[in-house]
Design a protein around this ligand. Structure first.
Ligand code: GLN
Length: 206
């Protein structure tokens, strides 16, 4: 499978290396960095990295890939967003500078944990995976999860959500050596979407 990574700003290389690591473990995956609209047609799924959501938003608008991503999503194209990526996938960002794409029915408070200095790392427990290190960097808070399913909480706050073809988290799995969240996304890509089994995510029979 081929995964695209939106490549303007943020943790682009880190996501790329994560898929390379998974490929080196013997799985059939390759990643490409995407900066042009037509490149979206060559991939099976997409990652929007962590970084600065206002900047990524500006550039994906300018390069005409914002609408193309939305259009492809409506046809069942799976997308994962980490941190700034989650902000872009959400319905309401509460910030006029970032118009969310609405793939996740969530409402976001940008920088909800505070400033850069309030960044932290702690273990989080993810449904269907178990404990992973959560790297939170000027992370957003999910104020309302809407119709999404919550896959992880940290101190009673939802930090990872999904619905249909979209998976989003307020932390950065790409900054760890743990490949399991990226592999979870690959399963979404393989399964053409997921529904809840109550035990984490399970394959949707389309
Ligand atoms: N605070 C950033 C934003 O709102 C997100 C931080 C991140 O991706 N680490 O874009």
């Amino acid at each position: 499978m081929k995964i695209g990574i939106v490549g303007f700003q943020g943790d682009v290389q880190e996501h790329f290396e994560m898929f390379t690591r998974i490929a080196n473990m013997g799985k059939n995956v390759s990643a490409i960095i995407i900066r042009r609209e037509n490149e979206l047609d060559n991939v099976d799924g997409l990652v929007i990295p962590g970084g600065e959501s206002t900047t990524i938003y500006k550039l994906i608008k300018e390069y005409n890939i914002y609408d193309k991503i939305k259009e492809k999503f409506s046809e069942g194209f799976p997308i994962m967003g980490t941190c700034a990526g989650l902000i872009l996938l959400s319905k309401n960002t509460n910030d006029p500078r970032v118009e969310g794409m609405g793939m996740l029915d969530s409402e976001i408070l940008r920088n909800g944990y505070g400033r850069q200095g309030e960044s932290f790392i702690d273990l989080i427990n993810i449904k269907g995976i178990g404990e992973v290190p959560g790297v939170f960097i000027r992370a957003p808070v999910i104020k309302d999860t809407g119709t999404t399913e919550v896959l992880a909480y940290y101190k009673n706050q939802p930090v990872m959500i999904y619905s249909r073809y979209a998976l989003g988290m307020t932390f950065h799995p790409e900054l760890t050596e743990d490949t399991r969240i990226h592999e979870m996304f690959m399963k979404m890509v393989e399964g053409e979407g997921y529904i809840s089994t109550g035990e984490g995510i399970g394959v949707m029979t389309k």
